[in-house]
Design a protein around this ligand. Structure first.
Ligand SMILES: [Mg+2]
Length: 364
């Protein structure tokens, strides 16, 4: 199974409602799609969202990295020599984790197809289904309470609430959400680097004292401030999950060795794909650090790859893969079934992606 061509395209999928965090507002998912074609007629699919404010990867940068660097290294290689192929992806260019992730997942898709095995089984096959949380966007307290009730009515039992846009309003927003949904619903919050370490400790502990009963906080402080993250982890009643602080396996190992966070959020777009995600998972297993598997605002091809990984490994105990359900339509055929909070992995070989609806992929 030799790689003959790496095709690139763009896809646009509207969101049900605009997505707002401390860093940005997004109205639709605009992703780069990768199709790796082989001499046997098999196709592997990958996807990368441009998430400039988080990864630094823009649409044109993703396209350029794949077209001018990664493709040139892998065209002509045989999927059967997988270690060679996958290492070429990682060494073809520095950074550019989203471009690498898109190609990496397309290659694992082909590797699974070559040996006729679903990728989640190839990696361990711990389970066939997982349960995701859903994100409640930052708005006024009444709107957030309304959105939270709406999510519960759709069956969700875990809410992720974005905080940090205006710290003075966060407590009233979260109180509104907690009062609306009662105490049996898990609430996790994501500050997206908004606070200083001292602010974070003060805000988090006052939130718990007010009975908000938070499950965890994601990335309370600046990504580079590992000491600050450790400061919060040691003093906060709320468990701390490192997100923007952890891109590479090296970052993850540093956080674990330094005890700077209680948990780690793995995202394929940050770490450069499944190959590196497996390294983070191995380190987390050694340290006993539970992981969340998260996504950016992504359509189904790349979230599906995350589902394959999440279904393979038990150290992944929390799932934040709500990208596809935040979209108002799904032009991707095959892959996991997303039924609100319940996600069931495909048993088809590879990643199980069958293709993209006619006319939705704009080749470039
Ligand atoms: Mg986050």
């Amino acid at each position: 199974m030799k790689i003959t061509e790496v095709r690139l395209g763009k896809i646009s999928v509207p969101l049900r409602v605009p997505f707002k965090t401390a860093l940005r507002r997004v109205d639709s998912v605009e992703d780069v799609i990768v199709e790796i074609v082989t001499d046997t007629g098999h196709k592997g699919y990958g996807e990368a969202p441009p998430t400039g404010v988080i990864t630094g990867d823009t649409t044109d940068a993703i396209i350029g990295a794949i077209r001018d660097h990664i493709s040139k290294k892998i065209i002509g290689l045989d999927i059967d020599n997988f270690e060679d192929v996958i290492q070429e992806v990682q060494s073809s260019i520095v950074h550019n984790s989203s471009a690498k992730a898109a190609v990496d997942m397309a290659l694992y898709d082909l590797y699974g197809q070559l040996f006729n095995i679903p990728v989640y089984k190839l990696f361990g096959g711990a389970r066939k289904s997982i349960t995701t949380d859903i994100t409640i966007s930052v708005n006024d307290p009444e709107t957030m309470a309304h959105d939270a009730i709406n999510a519960i009515e759709r069956g969700y039992d875990t809410l992720k609430v974005k905080v940090g846009v205006d710290p003075s309003l966060d407590v009233s927003r979260l109180s509104a959400v907690r009062n609306a949904v009662g105490n049996n619903v898990r609430i996790r919050i994501d500050a997206n680097q908004a606070w200083t370490p001292k602010e974070a400790v003060r805000i988090l502990n006052s939130m718990q004292e007010k009975g908000l009963n938070l499950e965890l906080v994601e990335q309370p402080v600046k990504a580079a401030d590992i000491e600050g993250l450790k400061f919060v982890t040691e003093r906060s009643y709320v468990p701390v999950l490192a997100d923007e602080s952890v891109f590479s396996p090296e970052d993850a190992l540093k956080i674990m060795q330094y005890h700077a966070a209680d948990m780690i959020n793995i995202k394929l777009m940050k770490c450069g794909g499944l190959y590196n995600a497996l390294k983070i998972i191995a380190a987390a297993e050694i340290y006993g650090i539970e992981c969340m598997l998260g996504c950016m605002l992504e359509a189904k091809i790349s979230v599906n790859a995350a589902v394959e990984l999440a279904c393979a490994k038990k150290i992944i105990t929390r799932i934040d893969l709500d990208g596809p359900v935040l979209c108002s339509e799904d032009p991707i055929m095959g892959g996991a079934v997303f039924n609100e909070k319940d996600i069931t992995v495909s048993d088809a070989p590879g990643m199980g992606i069958k293709g993209i609806e006619e006319g939705r992929l704009m080749y470039i």
